[in-house]
Each structure stands twice: as structure tokens, then as C-alpha cells.
Design a protein around this ligand. Sequence first.
Ligand SMILES: [Zn+2]
Length: 331
Amino acid sequence: MAAPLRPAASALGRLLRARAGAPAGGGSRWPRRGFAAWSDGQYQHFRGRGPGLRTARGPAVALVGGGVAAASGLYYVTHLETVPFSKRRHFIVTSVRQERQMGDHTYRQVLQQHRGRVLPAGHPAARAVARVGQRLAREAGDLAAWGGQVEHMRGLRWTFTVIDSPELNAFVLPGGHVCVFTGLLKLFRTDDELATIVAHEVAHVVARHGAEKVSTGQAVAFAKLLLYSLFDFSFGPVFSLALELPNSRTMELEADALGLQLMAKACFNPRVAPGVFERLGEANRGARPPEYLSTHPSDQGRSAALRRQLPEALWVYEAAGCEGLAAFFRR
Ligand SMILES: [Zn+2]
């Protein structure tokens, strides 16, 4: 990941070093800082801190770095949005139009990639996913009561696609393109179970997770470039473990929580949701990396979280008139 950054990082680094009065090519006047470094042909571990930024030229570098950091911080706080329901604040720089264009473009590529394996709209599996999906999408279009940013939900053209492939997978693209593989569908029998999966995907769109990933990716790339320029050390793996992976897990858990409330609002029984994730965990057993190296939280952790959120979802389910006499008149 760090390799493509190096030419640009080196250029910025040269600029900062020039401001600090250090030779552009590096060398002994610009001590390298970091956990380990090559020096005069020798590899040194945990090299002691040299004068680095504390030299007489250090303040100039610190000033430039501080100015960039302050401007970045201002840019960050002015691009925060609130996720509906969870009320989490997240960083978004992608416009709704760009987000939809990216989603539409990728969806065309997905259809091309799986040509001949996309089930026709009349196929029973495709009909089931579309039936469940449209009901969830209808509810997702009316989330004003959830608070947060919902303008991006206006005028979405949802598509629900079933791909005939044994993978245990489903995904959604920005703009509302939900794709489910038959390998995953085979695990489930009822609309409520299917709704658990589809609601999770719809929730990713509600929370603008696609735009958040793109925005965070850009911010992280910029931060890596800046830090590489200042410290001459690649922070790539550090960022991945400390920021990107937990951020992905946060999004997954948020989509689970939002999806649970959404399915309840659409009158799919939320009681089935924890069991759905347990069954997914059993089907996936042995295929998952440890949680701290994975973008997805463990299935046990997910189902435990859903059990904790179930009382609230059941309240939504009952308030929507999905059970008892109210459900009879609702039909
Ligand atoms: Zn997900």
C-alpha cells in the first residue's frame, strides 16, 4: 500500500526537508526516526531518538506539519454527518451523486462479471429477494423519525439481484444495488430469515457506509503521506490495524443494529435475526481469520449484540402493528 505513495511522499518530504534546511536527498543531516532503519548498511532495531524535529530546524517542520494538521482537522469536522438511528458521526466527502455513480458503475461490472449466472426476475429465488427487499426499501425511504442524515435516501432506484453461485455471500453497492448469492440463500427458509440478510445490506445504504469507506480511505492515504513525509517511515500496517479494520467492524455492527430495527419496522419478525447469524457462523466455521485481522466482527459477537438489541426491535415491531389483532387489520 505504501509503494504508490512513495514518489509523492518523497516529493512532499523533500519540500518539508528543504523548508527545514536539510539536504533534499536525505543523509546524515536528516536523521531517520522510527522503530528500525537502514543506516550505513546496517539494520538497527529501535534506534535511539536522534535530534530529529528537536533540532534548530525542527520548529519549521513542526510549524508546517502543525498548519497542515490544523487545516485537516477543520476540513474533517466540517465534513461530519450523523448516521440515522445510531447517531454516530462519520466523515463523508463523497457527494450523493458521486456515490450513486460509483455504485451504478460497479453494478454494471458485477453483472458483466457474473454474466449467465444472474437469475431472471421471474425465478422464485429472485422473486423472493425482490419481494422482501422492496418491502425493506419502502421502510428505509421513510426514516425521518430516526434522525440523522436521510436526504441521500430520496429517489433511490433499488435493485435486488440473485447470482447463482455457491458463495456464502451478499453485498450492496452505493445507490441501492443489493446482490445475494444462491449459496447464502440456501441456508434460509423463511422471509423473516431472508429479511435479516437483506435488511443488513439495506442498512449499509441508510448509513452511507460505501461513501464513508471511500472518504476514510482518502483521509488515511493523506495522513500516511503526511506522516511518511515528516518521519520517513511507512505507517501503512499500523493504520490498517489501528483504524481501518476496527472502522469496518463498526460499520458491520451498525448495519446489523440498523437492519434489525428496519426489519421490525417492515413487519419481519426480528426474533429470528440472532439465530440467522449463528447459522452463518456455523456455515463459515474455519474460513474466518481472527477477529482483530478481519473486517467483520465474529458471528457470535454479532448475534450476542442482536440479542441485546432485540427488546427495542420488538417494541418497534409491535408499535408498527405487526402482531395480534392489529396485524390482522394491517393486511
Ligand atoms: Zn455488511
